[in-house]
Design a protein around this ligand. Structure first.
Ligand code: ZN
Length: 170
């Protein structure tokens, strides 16, 4: 489906079924990735996000981009998956461009090791802690059809859903 339509720069938000679907692995250097990644960076910059996953612009491919929290450098990772995670976790407030205006508490592993491939198909291993580990877990969740609202506590989920409903009724 997506090949016929191509990526658009519209952010998909909570309730859009594409956000709940599991993505497919991609083949490096092909698969329309240049246009997809260019669009993802444009959207991430425009929306001032620190990371973006392909389903957020309606594409079911296992592609994520992010910005390094300290040096602002931009990264792409294809077919990422978590191969190792710390038992220690941290709970912090997290936002998502697909649930705009509603931050919520999410518990994440303090440290993760992620494997994937780069644009040339070369295997890449990323080891991250703190905020960067949080970004990687957040985006990989998107690639598996999971949002922060599925990760937060029941109380937080009910609070956010109530806020969204009230906003829609206004
Ligand atoms: Zn998100």
């Amino acid at each position: 489906m997506d090949a016929a339509y191509g990526p658009t720069d519209r952010i998909r938000t909570l309730g859009d079924p594409v956000l709940k679907e599991v993505t497919r692995n991609v083949v490096a250097e092909g698969d329309g990735l240049d246009v997809l990644i260019e669009t993802m960076f444009e959207v991430m910059d425009r929306e001032e996000g620190i990371g973006l996953a392909a389903p957020q612009i309606g594409i079911q491919k296992r592609v994520m981009v992010w910005r390094h929290p300290e040096n602002e450098e931009r990264y792409v990772l294809l077919n990422p998956h978590i191969v190792e995670r710390s038992e220690e976790t941290l709970t912090a407030e997290e936002g998502c461009l697909s649930i705009p205006g509603h931050a919520m508490e999410v518990e994440r592993s303090e440290r993760v090791v992620v494997e994937g491939i780069d644009l040339s198909g070369k295997p890449v291993t990323v080891e991250a802690t703190g905020l960067m580990a949080r970004i990687l877990q957040h985006e990989i969740d998107h690639l598996e059809g999971r949002l922060i609202i599925d990760r937060t506590s029941r109380e937080e989920r009910l609070r956010v859903l109530r806020e969204i409903r009230q906003k829609r009724e206004q």
